[in-house]
Design a protein around this ligand. Structure first.
Ligand code: SF4
Length: 146
């Protein structure tokens, strides 16, 4: 699970994106959750400059290349997932790390984004972990109980 969906104030702007999903509450009660923020794990702080994917790299709004931190965070997320036997992840949509269906277009224009996946999502999927967003808890839960 993206840590920010669990109420942890780890986003670039120092805020959380707490999910009120009833399925999530049940997963918590069942002890299923593995909270993880790849950007923090990769060494970035809170708050931090917003970053977007562009031409295979991750760059901040002020032009810094943070690809290495995002890549390290993704590798650590995969290691944590494997360690916990994770098959299904629910990650925050739209993030350059956690997005699973949509990411920003790399221009920092604040638009609706473009189809794509974040760095962590891409790595998890490449290793057979199904990744959903915060509007897809039912589908994620169904796969868990398959
Ligand atoms: Fe949330 Fe993922 Fe961004 Fe961390 S990297 S704040 S978990 S969306």
């Amino acid at each position: 699970m993206s840590s920010c969906l669990l109420g942890r104030p780890v986003r670039y702007d120092g805020r959380a994106k707490t999910s009120s999903s009833r399925i999530l509450a049940r997963w918590r009660a069942e002890g299923r959750l593995v909270p993880f923020c790849p950007e923090l794990a990769g060494g970035l702080g809170v708050p931090r400059s917003p970053a977007e994917l562009r031409d295979g790299r991750v760059v901040t709004v002020d032009g810094q290349d943070v690809t290495d931190a995002f890549t390290l965070g993704a590798e650590l997320a995969l290691a944590a997932a494997r360690n916990a036997g994770v098959r299904v992840a629910v990650l925050k949509e739209g993030s350059p790390s956690c997005g699973s269906g949509r990411i920003a277009d790399g221009t920092f224009s604040g638009g609706g984004g473009i189809p794509g996946a974040g760095v962590t999502t891409a790595l998890l999927r490449a290793h057979g972990i199904a990744v959903f967003n915060e509007d897809q808890f039912e589908a994620a839960d169904a796969l868990l109980h398959d």
